[in-house]
Design a protein around this ligand. Structure first.
Ligand code: GTP
Ligand code: MG
Length: 337
C-alpha cells in the first residue's frame, strides 16, 4: 500500500490532510492513493447539506456534529467554498462556526476550493469523501451552496440530501432552484424563530404533495384523474418512492437538531435498508462510473490523436469540413488504434 494511503487508514490526521491536498490539486500519486484506499471505503453515510447563502448550513452542521459525536459517531465535514458574491470568505466563517470541534480527533473538517473546470469541483468532492470514508468517518457531511451545476452534481453523490431553508429572507420555495428541490430528501426550515417559518413549511408541504401527485399520475397513466388515486395505489406509491420530510430548527439555539437528525436517519434506513434505496444507490454509482469513463476516454483520445485533433480544428476553421464529420472521423481513427 502507498505509504500515504496507509497513513489515512491508520487515521493519522496530518497524513490524511496531506492526501486531501493532493487529491484536491490532482497532483502527485493521488490516483495510486485513491486506488489503494478504495477497498477501505463504503462504510460512511454521506449527507449533503445545501441551501441558499446564509440560510444557516454551517451553524446547523456544527450542531449536527455535536449530536453525532454524542452518539459516538466519527464525523468528517467537507465545506465547499462557494464563489458566490454573497458569501465571500465563507471558508473562514465556516471554520469559525465549526471550531468548537477543532480539538476533537474524531472530527475532521476539510475545506475545498472551487475548481476552474465545470465538473472539477464535484469530482474532487467525491474523491475527498472517499478519503474520509477510508479514514473511518461514520458520517461525512458535505456543505455546498445550492447555486451552480457543480453543487447540484455534488448533491447527487450524497446518500442523503438536506436542503436548508430560511424564512424571511426572500428564501421562499420559488427562490430555490428547481434542481435542488428535486434532490431534497429532508428539508430543514431553519431560523424558525423568525416570522414566516409557518408559510415556508406550508409552501414546502404543498410542493411535496403536488410533486407526489404529478409523479403518480405519470406512472399510472391517464386513467386516474389527479386526486382520484385509490388508497392501494397511494400505498405502493409511498413505498416505492421517498417522500421528503420536513424538520424545523433554530440552529443558533440548538432547537430541533436532534429531531432533524432523526428525520435524516429515517432516510438513511430507507437508502441502506430497502430495495428501492439499493436501486437508487446503484443508479448513482452508474452515473459516477459513466463520468469517470467519459473522462478517461477523452484523456486517452486527446493523448492518442494529438496532431490529428489539431488538424481537424484547422480544417473546421477553414470550413473544409464540419465539426460533426470531424468528430466522427476522430472517433473512427481512435477506435482503430
Ligand atoms: N435567527 C437565527 N439566526 C440563525 C439561525 N441559524 C443560523 N443563523 C445565523 O445566520 C447567519 C448565517 O449562518 P451560517 O451558518 O453561516 O449560514 P450558511 O448557510 O452556512 O452561509 P454560507 O456558507 O455563507 O452560505 C449567521 O449569522 C448565523 O448566526 C437560526 O436558527 N436563527
Ligand atoms: Mg456556510
Amino acid at each position: 500500500m502507498h505509504p500515504l494511503a496507509q497513513k489515512v487508514v491508520d487515521r493519522d490526521l496530518r497524513g490524511t490532510a496531506r492526501v486531501c491536498r493532493l487529491v484536491d490539486d490532482r497532483v502527485g500519486d493521488y490516483v495510486a492513493i485513491l486506488k489503494d484506499l478504495f477497498p477501505h471505503t463504503g462504510k460512511a453515510w454521506t449527507v449533503g447539506v445545501t441551501g441558499n447563502p446564509g440560510s444557516g448550513k454551517s451553524t446547523l452542521t456544527d450542531r449536527l456534529i455535536t449530536v453525532l459525536r454524542a452518539q459516538g459517531k466519527r464525523v468528517a465535514v467537507v465545506a465547499i467554498d462557494p464563489t458566490s458574491p454573497f458569501s465571500g470568505g465563507a471558508i473562514l466563517g465556516d471554520r469559525i462556526r465549526m471550531q468548537s470541534h477543532s480539538a476533537d480527533p474524531d472530527v475532521f473538517i476539510r475545506s475545498l476550493a472551487t475548481r476552474g473546470a465545470l465538473g472539477g469541483l464535484s469530482r474532487s468532492a467525491a474523491d475527498i469523501v472517499r478519503v474520509l470514508d477510508a479514514w473511518g468517518a461514520d458520517v461525512v457531511l458535505v456543505e455546498t451552496v445550492g447555486v451552480g451545476q457543480d453543487e447540484l452534481e455534488i448533491t447527487r453523490t450524497a446518500d442523503t440530501t438536506l436542503v436548508v431553508m430560511a424564512p424571511g429572507m426572500g428564501d421562499d420555495v420559488q427562490a430555490i432552484k428547481a434542481g435542488i428541490l428535486e434532490c431534497a430528501d429532508v428539508f430543514a426550515v431553519n431560523k424558525a424563530d423568525r416570522d414566516g417559518a409557518d408559510a415556508t413549511q406550508r409552501d414546502l408541504e404543498l410542493m411535496i404533495a403536488l410533486g407526489g401527485e404529478v409523479t403518480a399520475a405519470g406512472a399510472h397513466g391517464r386513467a386516474h384523474a389527479p386526486g382520484k388515486l385509490d388508497v392501494a395505489q397511494q400505498v405502493t406509491h409511498a413505498a416505492s418512492r421517498w417522500i421528503p420530510l420536513i424538520g424545523r430548527t433554530v440552529a443558533t439555539r440548538n432547537e430541533g437538531v436532534t429531531e432533524l437528525l432523526g428525520l435524516l436517519d429515517r432516510h438513511r434506513a430507507w437508502v441502506f435498508g430497502t430495495p428501492e434505496g439499493a436501486a437508487r444507490r446503484e443508479q448513482r454509482l452508474r452515473e459516477a462510473m459513466r463520468t469517470q469513463l467519459r473522462e478517461a476516454l477523452i484523456d486517452a483520445a486527446v493523448g492518442a490523436l494529438g496532431a490529428e485533433l489539431d488538424a481537424a480544428v484547422q480544417a473546421v476553421a477553414r470550413r473544409e469540413t464540419d465539426p460533426y464529420t470531424a468528430a466522427e472521423t476522430l472517433v473512427a481513427a481512435f477506435r482503430d488504434r
